[in-house]
Design a protein around this ligand. Structure first.
Ligand SMILES: [Zn+2]
Length: 242
């Protein structure tokens, strides 16, 4: 969140907008540590520890395991597979890392937050190799066939500002069809802006850009969606306390 200026202000404006809880994601060891420290400074913030798939260095699993023992850590993430980046990390190496992280998540009984670009098949196979693994497909951006595959594996789908783009009608279909008990919302701040805010860094307070569209698609009012989404988040991220 440091790209957004003063974190206290970022959290305050999100809470004022109506966000009751935030998860700060870790994309490498240093930022995982930052996420944990933010979670200790702000009662609304929880942390995830992870290692982004395109990080050139391999993750320090022992250090991340140690960090994940902190009671403010609610997930392993952001982890995943990204096969579309130019000059990215070799797919085989990414798959090795995901195996390690899925093992760690099961060992610690933590859910995973998964990034997927062009690697749905490999991710579905990896999830199947880890019975009992729970988690969310973060920034879900694919069509219903893929949604169904990950739902069948017990996973949640998390929707972001992408669903508000005019070109994403197929994704809005997924938002409509997603089972109510598997639906989550996120900003992916500072990325993932809603259509109406293209070009400015995304902020946690802007979650409602996405929430308004999801509520309309599902025929809910914002309060109903809020209750549903909060309950789902607490079911998946079991370490979140009131
Ligand atoms: Zn991602």
């Amino acid at each position: 969140m440091e790209e957004l200026g003063d974190v206290t202000e970022v959290v305050r404006e999100a809470v004022e907008a109506g966000v009751t809880g935030l998860i700060a994601m870790g994309v490498d060891l240093e930022r995982s540590r930052t996420a944990v420290s933010l979670a200790h400074q702000h009662s609304e913030v929880w942390a995830a520890v992870g290692h982004f798939p395109l990080e050139p260095e391999d993750p320090d699993i022992d250090a991340l395991r140690e960090l994940a023992a902190d009671d403010r850590v609610v997930a392993i993430g952001e982890i995943g597979l990204d096969f579309e980046a130019v000059g990215g990390v070799e797919p085989a190496r990414q798959i090795e890392r995901i195996e390690t992280f899925f093992g760690l998540a099961r060992e610690l009984s933590l859910p995973v937050s998964i990034h997927n670009r062009g690697a749905g098949e490999e991710l579905a196979l990896a999830i199947k190799r880890h019975p009992g693994l729970r988690g969310v497909m973060h920034y879900f951006a694919l069509e219903w066939d893929w949604a169904e595959r990950f739902l069948d594996l017990g996973f949640y789908l998390s929707f972001a500002g992408l669903i508000t783009r005019p070109s994403r009608a197929a994704l809005r279909e997924v938002v409509k069809r997603c089972p109510p008990d598997r639906l989550l919302l996120e900003t992916d701040s500072p990325y993932g802006n809603a259509h109406k805010r293209m070009g400015v860094p995304n902020r946690p307070a802007y979650l409602f850009d996405t929430a308004e569209v999801v509520a309309e698609l599902r025929g809910l009012d914002l309060h109903e969606l809020d209750d549903l989404e909060t309950a789902n988040a607490r079911t998946l991220f079991t370490r979140i306390r009131r």
